[in-house]
Design a protein around this ligand. Structure first.
Ligand code: IPE
Ligand code: IPE
Ligand code: MG
Length: 250
């Protein structure tokens, strides 16, 4: 089982019904999971309940992406700038992510998911770091969907970390090209995203994958992340498949 994806013909049939061509899927989808707070506030609930609902959504969407045949999914869970939020929300998020990492590990492993993380892990609580490292280690040889959790992640910080590494290695100035930088990002073995989906309507990147997303197709939906479901994922893929990618050419 370790060398196959978990493609499911029923999930593929649903995607096809929503207009997806399952033969030419985006290889890598990036998700800006926004709107948890607004979703909760509109219901008169504390923001953290929105985050809890959002984590359930992520599990569902990850497994659907895997079943339809997407190879990589990267989800923005906590940005390097999110530390600016009230301390109780930050602490609640850290606890939620740690608990999710621990309880979902068996689900990930059973579904042949390979877990990676992107971000400055040394800035996280040590028990959360331990939980993430266990997930990475346990799933290291899984060959299903590659799932990257971006946590304490900033796109600019990632480029800064790559530059530091280049200087540390003493790379000659004339030898530096775009590949020199790409090779030193957090997960150089993961291809650049083809499609980036942002929920909750905001038309911005918020410092997510700014290097890798140079030619990524962006789809923004007004749906709040907790309400996002596999049909929304398939709609975004279908929209992506209607785009013409030109990479500066004709
Ligand atoms: C996204 O939801 C999750 C994180 C940034 C951690 P938000 O918490 O940003 O939700 P809104 O934007 O306030 O609705
Ligand atoms: C982006 O959402 C970060 C995550 C989804 C983790 P934010 O809610 O932090 O982005 P801004 O503040 O609206 O740009
Ligand atoms: Mg937000």
């Amino acid at each position: 089982m370790s060398n196959r994806a978990m493609i499911d013909s029923r999930t593929q049939a649903e995607a096809i019904r929503r207009g997806v061509d399952v033969k030419v899927l985006p290889t890598h989808i990036a998700l800006i999971m926004d709107g948890n707070g607004r979703w909760a506030q509109r219901r008169g609930m504390p923001r953290l309940l929105g985050h809890r609902e959002g984590y359930r959504t992520l599990r569902t969407v990850l497994l659907s992406a895997s079943e339809v045949g997407v190879r990589y999914l990267t989800a923005y869970a906590f940005s390097a700038e999110n530390w600016k939020r009230p301390a109780d929300e930050v602490a609640g998020l850290m606890k939620l992510i740690e608990k999710a990492a621990r309880t979902e590990l068996s689900v990930m492993h059973r579904n042949n998911v390979r877990v990676r993380v992107a971000g400055r892990l040394d800035g996280l609580p040590s028990s959360l770091r331990d939980a993430l490292e266990e997930s990475i280690e346990t799933t290291r040889n899984n060959a299903g969907i590659g799932f990257t959790l971006a946590i304490n992640y900033g796109g600019r910080a990632e480029v800064v970390d790559a530059v530091r590494e280049i200087v540390r290695e003493g790379v000659a100035i004339d030898a530096i090209d775009e590949e020199t930088v790409s090779d030193r990002l957090y997960n150089p073995d993961v291809p650049e995203p083809d499609l980036m989906i942002r929920t909750a309507g905001e038309m911005r990147w918020s410092n997510f994958l700014i290097w890798q997303a140079a030619y990524t197709e962006l789809v923004v939906t007004d749906v709040d992340w907790p309400d996002f479901n596999p049909d929304h994922l398939f709609d975004a893929i279908a929209e992506y498949q209607g785009r013409v990618r030109k990479y500066g050419g004709l």
